[in-house]
Design a protein around this ligand. Structure first.
Ligand code: SAM
Length: 378
């Protein structure tokens, strides 16, 4: 038995503790009375959803349903209606988009907007029912060696659904690795050309492996898909006005991961500078996504943090800068999928809501020009 070398290997304050301290300080102000329940959710065991692989030849859905899984997207019991607040370009400058009472909580009741986007077709995801934390078995390869499902936080499919991919679209996935959302987008089988990018070469390799394990070779030709490892913040210099849809799933403080894992944790002392630069990088990536999208196109911004600085503030600045620097006009609305703001209505809580609360995912969708812009805060 080897005695652990505490002094040499263990920092006095592990990154997970620093993350919790940081969230306690910031989210208690931002979320007010909701923070204790959000905190519990973030510290609870992670619950996965299974993104079904439409390319697989096995009857995976029936098998999972037999095991008690429910449709995360269409099941009436798990349906979570987004609560929307309108954000016009004029409002989106320096004015906070979220309206708050003195506790920093969202005002109720939330209004449903006519601008709820259509959903991308054919994306299927199943979850075990609320309160059931059964783990999915690893997916098995079918006779063509394609895996039947991909495990991910079910909230991760929301940006892909809300991106509203339609037949024949050219789509950019700017920060794509390891590829969960790329895979979800490919499930639509509607995309004419998918451009997949991630600055990390090693993570892009993982993405390639994911695609090879789930998608038949004939769908992965140069005519259908391009995989690159560019710095996404420079995309505006590479390709402008080219895509019908852009997914900008930015690096962020990954709140859940930061509370659970000391390895590769953005709150470790050595990564303080990187963490502080995040909003700047996020803004540059979102602006690049906006520039890459053609007029009339839609942009989806998503994070897995609850941080207002990484969500609303980035979105507001991007809208402002897109107009001021590039003459690109965006309009839209903000949607909150925030489970916690519905805490008072416990009876209506659903699986999806608790997922969203647990994962803290925020999504922005925008259209250019003069079309709706929607942000989802989960
Ligand atoms: N969309 C991915 C998925 O669903 O699997 C997850 C993306 S992860 C939240 C953020 C990604 O952004 C990381 O893979 C990271 O390597 C990438 N990234 C960070 N900075 C970037 C940049 N400047 N350009 C492009 N990608 C970047």
């Amino acid at each position: 038995r080897v005695k652990e070398k505490w002094a040499a290997t263990h920092p006095k304050y592990p990154p997970t503790s620093l993350a919790l301290q940081h969230f306690d300080a910031t989210y208690s102000v931002q979320l007010g009375k909701m923070w204790p329940s959000v905190r519990v959710a973030l510290l609870s065991e992670r619950k996965y959803g299974a993104l079904l692989n439409n390319f697989s030849h096995d009857a995976v859905l029936a098998d999972l349903q037999e095991k008690g899984c429910r449709d995360f997207i269409n099941d009436a019991d798990t349906e979570a209606q987004p609560c929307l607040e309108q954000v016009s370009e004029e409002e989106s400058g320096d004015v906070p988009v979220k309206k708050s009472d003195s506790d920093g909580q969202q005002l109720s009741p939330p209004q449903l907007s006519p601008n709820i986007p259509q959903l991308s077709p054919n994306i299927k995801c199943v979850v075990f029912p609320r309160g059931d934390i059964t783990r999915f078995k690893p997916a098995r390869p079918d006779t063509y060696r394609l895996l039947g499902y991909y495990l991910l936080d079910a909230a991760s499919v929301l940006p892909c659904l809300a991106l509203n991919v339609q037949e024949g679209h050219n789509v950019l996935d700017l920060c794509a690795a390891p590829g969960g959302k790329t895979l979800a987008l490919l499930q639509t089988q509607a995309i004419r050309f998918l451009c997949v990018n991630d600055t990390s070469v090693s993570r892009t390799l993982r993405l390639r492996k994911v695609l090879q394990s789930y998608v038949p070779k004939e769908f992965l030709t140069d005519e259908n898909i391009r995989i690159t490892s560019f710095d996404g913040t420079r995309w505006g210099d590479i390709e402008r006005n080219s895509f019908d849809r852009a997914l900008v799933d930015v690096p962020c403080t990954t709140d859940r991961h930061s509370l659970m894992e000391d390895d590769n944790n953005i709150f470790s002392k050595t990564r303080t500078g990187e963490r502080r630069r995040l909003p700047q990088v996020q803004l540059a990536l979102l602006l690049a996504g906006i520039e890459a999208t053609c007029p009339g196109g839609e942009i989806m911004y998503s994070t897995c943090t609850l941080s207002q600085i990484q969500n609303l503030s980035v979105v507001e600045q991007a809208i402002h800068l897109a107009r001021e620097k590039h003459g690109i006009h965006l309009e839209g609305s903000v949607a909150t999928f925030n489970d916690c703001e519905r805490e008072r209505d416990r009876e209506r809580k659903s699986d999806r809501q608790s997922f969203l609360c647990a994962s803290g995912r925020a999504v922005l969708s925008a259209r250019r020009p003069s079309a709706p812009l929607t942000a989802y805060f989960c």
